[in-house]
Design a protein. Structure first.
Length: 123
């Protein structure tokens, strides 16, 4: 199975600022940091995609993690930083490796705790 991590590219840089000093959104910054971490990873375990607006604007920077026959996760309120990207990718790898999408809370990277908005059932 290949887990898919979708990052919102239009999320604000911060609550007060839509873009950074060079005009990039927080979502774009977060996506770029995530892509840099997985660029050499086998595409058969984790695929990263971008989406303009996940409609979770009050919880910027947001993302969606899914895989076939597993519950999906909507998460947000991330800072567009390397540290956030590392925690997100670490969780996504655990999720991808899990046969049922369940990742024990004790194994969650600190950087994702408190960021989940919804766990969506398998359709």
């Amino acid at each position: 199975m290949t887990a898919c991590l979708v990052v919102c590219t239009t999320c604000r840089f911060s609550s007060e600022t839509p873009t950074d000093a060079v005009g990039l959104s927080g979502g774009r910054r977060l996506l770029d940091a995530i892509v840099a971490l997985v660029k050499d990873e086998a595409a058969d375990s984790l695929r990263v995609e971008e989406q303009a607006c996940l409609w979770a604007c009050s919880s910027h920077c947001s993302l969606y993690l899914s895989d076939k026959d597993k519950p999906a996760y909507l998460a947000g309120r991330f800072e567009p930083t390397q540290e956030s990207a590392q925690a997100i990718v670490a969780f996504a790898r655990l999720y991808a490796a899990s046969p049922d999408g369940a990742v024990a809370y004790r194994d969650w990277p600190e950087g994702v705790k408190g960021h989940f908005i919804a766990r969506l059932p398998v359709p």
